[in-house]
Write a protein that binds this ligand. Sequence first.
Ligand code: URA
Length: 292
Amino acid sequence: MDEKQCRKVADMLEFYQDLGIDEFYVRRSGATRTATVPVQPVTVIPAPSRNSAPKENAPAPGQSSVAFGKRPFPHYTSAAAPQGVAAAGPTAQSMSLFESPSPTTTRQNETLEQIREDLGDCHRCRLAAGRHTIVFGQGNPHAELVFVGEGPGADEDAQGLPFVGRAGRLLNRMIELAGMKREDVYICNVVKCRPPNNRTPLPDEIEVCSPFLLRQIRTIKPRLVCCLGAPAVKTLLGVKEGITKIRGQLYDFQGTKALPTFHPAYVLRNPREEKILREDFQTIVEFLKSPR
Ligand code: URA
């Protein structure tokens, strides 16, 4: 290794240490770091397909990828939208999120409190400058169902809790219509700090923040992760198709299942889509009723 490569490795180790990750595994054979794991939908209950609904989450005006201390991150790279979920570790393709020794996992059996502690008064990305509160997540630490949104908005930033504004009220209603209570589930976001003017989080912001999300999911061990909107889908599943096309289908997600659906804020802007959101919640209910 030359000096430049050594520096790179040292930076990478420092970065993971910042995240509280101390264990590393060496890949032995020819596999490349960016090998992709194809994420296949596993349809339990077919959802009606729709062709012409408007596209959710078009890039925000002026949005671009800003060079910001390029960091290695196996699930989401700032270079391009991923084609598949990048391997999280040497054996990621055959092991589950809950079992695998991966760079995004840290101590065995860590608690949400420990993850929150590692996050600290985070200043790992530019979002720290504009936030009032870190919105870590809320809910049942043993939930069967985890919702992952995009990032806190103004209400969430003020209260330090996820989905407490208008979109949150719609999410609460959907949860209740599905026969559950908000306290039964766990709710969090791809990024934990409010992006300015509620813009979509940028790839490098997702890159540094999402390891914490993955650790939360790994700790909770839910049966199902519901991805609310495109950033959650892209971050967790790496699928490139639009949310309109893939929503309502169950995906294998590293030993558990994930279901993409519309973001409640999108449904508030497009009320006719509420019917679809309800259908997807019905799929969630049916899945959770099915035997493990
Ligand atoms: N939108 C999100 O994506 N997350 C929240 O917490 C609130 C609104």
